[in-house]
Ligand binder design. Structure first.
Ligand SMILES: [Zn+2]
Ligand SMILES: [Zn+2]
Length: 101
């Protein structure tokens, strides 16, 4: 199950469950869409993978699988990207389609 991390790991922008700006990689590294497009160039600093829009968890509990029963994570995982260290990762992956990395 997705952790639904509470904020962007780079700039700390809040990304609640209902946000349309939350992006995740396959390891659930979570960034805002601005950081993904303008800072990371769709390369995850931790794994090199691409990002997809994070799905929201329903607020309606009809199925019982909802945000009330499975709340978003509360602890932030803030770890601003060290662009110097990240450069080799970005340069290696950015020119390759995310599905072929
Ligand atoms: Zn951000
Ligand atoms: Zn990642």
């Amino acid at each position: 199950m997705l952790e639904l991390r509470p904020s962007c790991e780079n700039c700390d922008k809040l990304l609640p469950n209902n946000s349309s700006e939350a992006m995740i990689c396959t390891f659930e590294c979570t960034f805002c869409v601005d950081c993904v497009n303008n800072v990371l160039q769709n390369v995850c600093p931790n794994c090199g993978g691409g990002f997809e829009k994070r799905p929201s968890r329903p607020v309606n509990c009809l199925t019982t699988n909802c945000i009330e029963n499975y709340p978003a994570k509360k602890e932030k995982k803030l770890r601003p990207v060290n662009m110097e260290k990240y450069k080799i990762v970005q340069d290696t992956f950015k020119g390759i389609d995310p599905h072929k990395r």
